[in-house]
Design a protein around this ligand. Structure first.
Ligand code: 5AD
Ligand code: SF4
Length: 467
């Protein structure tokens, strides 16, 4: 076969992973085959992230390597998409002569025309128009070339209207726009039909889903998705603490498919810094939301994001952050050193914090959190959890017996490894996609070990023999 090949390299967040699938489906439609290295490709696309300077630097080092490759392979085409493409536009072409085209976060729907034009004319092109609503092509769910997975992302809204002072998202992803509920439901139906069992709904602030458009609100959307047969679990990210409503908190208990995990980025424990960040809640507002979540769902897992070294953050502010970690006892956290983003207002704030102070605070924060995570994991020992099995664990079985090790996740999103013992030589059933009960027997820094509860195993074994 004489088809063209594309390599897509994804940097950044889950929304970029989803967008790369949308890019891929368009290229498959144009006759491209997807390959797993730039060396094997006729076209390379980098889907970029602008959230911190480090992510942006990754792009430039990749482009440097592609420039060398293009010297050996002059027919190679290179396209840059995503948030850095949106932010830099034409400047990327000036900076790197090897780049053939640049397409922004709202240009995926116009990508076919853009590539066709570049292929025909050989002219370098830029499309970073932000005016469009995001397009709604969900046909990829039916495409066999997109690998079959148990868990998939579905973007329900794009952009952000919150304008936190450190954040580049409103400038590179545009204003908040929600997708119509019927499009989202159609997409999830298709995914469920193709074998997907868990859906993670994506948006910068899912709590404000549908508000501007006057469509159903987020808890109502969750209820409708819960009605889709074959979807066993629903997750979502990200929730803004200021918009976490009582109705959504209640949904964790009334909608049985919604996982008992919330990612609720707090960013800082200092009221002074939260104000400078334009977050519009206080340390005590945040603690009150956590108390309410745990009142409704005592087993709720809570994760968060922190930025350390925001302009003006002093040691007392940082202590407020450590105090908040102690008070909440998060299951895990993502923590970042503040990074200046030229389009975000905080880049013009005074009292910048030295890099070595940021590094010191990041280290202390992570050290404290390590202990909290271990404690949280230990507290799960002896509990019974229902896990969704994701597949065979890449890790080798513990003993030298030929035991298959499996991996799944609890409702709270904790990773559980397990194996089926004493099968007396009977073949191992494929458990992927099954809901299985386990009793947690051991805890590790990043995962748990579970013993499968016998009667459930027999049921699974029986059902897999039937199929
Ligand atoms: N510097 C450091 N971290 C940032 N984040 C967003 N913008 C910045 C920045 N300028 C972090 C926040 C956010 C996460 C996705 O990235 O913690 O929740
Ligand atoms: Fe950025 Fe704030 Fe919007 Fe999150 S809510 S995407 S941090 S502006």
């Amino acid at each position: 076969m004489n088809s063209k090949t594309v390599y897509i390299h994804t940097l950044g967040c889950q929304m970029n992973v989803y967008d790369s699938d949308r890019i891929c489906i368009r290229l498959l439609g144009m006759g491209y085959d997807r390959v797993s290295s730039a060396e094997a490709a006729d076209l390379v696309i980098i889907n970029t992230c602008a959230i911190r300077a480090k992510a942006e630097q990754k792009l430039y080092s990749l482009v440097g390597r592609l420039a060398d490759l293009k010297k050996k392979k002059p027919a190679l085409r290179i396209g840059i998409g995503g948030c850095v493409a949106q932010q830099e536009g034409e400047k990327l072409l000036n900076r790197a002569p090897c780049i053939d085209f640049v397409f922004g976060t709202h240009a995926i729907g116009r990508l076919n025309d853009l590539i066709t034009q570049v292929e025909r004319s050989g002219r370098r092109t830029v499309d970073v128009k932000l005016a469009d609503c995001p397009d709604d092509d969900f046909s990829y769910a039916m495409n066999p070339s997109i690998s079959r997975q148990i868990s998939r992302f579905v973007t329900i809204m794009t952009g952000c209207d919150n304008y936190c002072t450190y954040c580049v998202v409103p400038y590179v992803r545009g204003a908040e726009v929600s997708r119509p509920p019927e499009h989202i439901l159609d997409e999830i139906h298709m995914l469920a039909d193709s074998g997907v069992r868990e859906i993670t709904l994506l948006g910068q602030n899912v709590n404000s889903y549908g508000q501007k458009e006057g469509w159903c609100n987020f808890p109502e959307l969750l209820k409708q998705i819960s009605g889709i047969e074959n979807i066993s679990r629903i997750r979502f990210t990200t929730s803004h603490p200021k918009d976490l409503s009582e109705e959504l908190i209640q949904a964790f208990s009334t909608l049985k498919k919604v996982g008992h995990h919330i990612h609720l980025p707090v960013q800082s424990g200092s009221d002074r810094i939260l104000k400078r960040m334009n977050r519009r809640y206080t340390h005590s507002d945040y603690l009150a939301k956590i108390d309410r979540l745990r009142e409704i769902c005592p087993d709720m897992a809570v994760t968060t994001d922190f930025i350390v070294g925001f302009p003006g953050e002093d040691e007392a502010d940082f202590q407020d952050t450590l105090n908040l970690i102690q008070a909440v006892q998060f299951d895990s956290v993502f923590a970042f050193k503040y990074s200046d983003r030229p389009s975000a207002p905080a880049s013009r704030f005074s009292n910048k914090v030295d890099e070595d102070v940021k590094s010191d605070r990041l280290g202390r924060l992570l050290e404290l959190q390590k202990k909290c995570t271990l404690r949280r994991h230990q507290s799960l020992i002896g509990t019974r959890q229902v896990i969704l099995v994701e597949g065979r664990s890449p890790r080798a079985a513990e003993s030298n017996q030929a035991i298959v090790q499996w991996t799944g996740r609890t409702s709270g999103n904790h990773i559980v490894h397990f194996s089926l013992h004493n099968r007396n030589g009977s073949p191992e059933p494929d458990l992927t996609g099954q809901m299985l009960s386990v009793q947690i027997s051991r805890s590790f820094p990043h995962s748990l070990w579970g013993d499968v509860i016998a009667d459930e195993t027999d049921k699974v074994y029986f059902s897999s023999k039937q199929s």
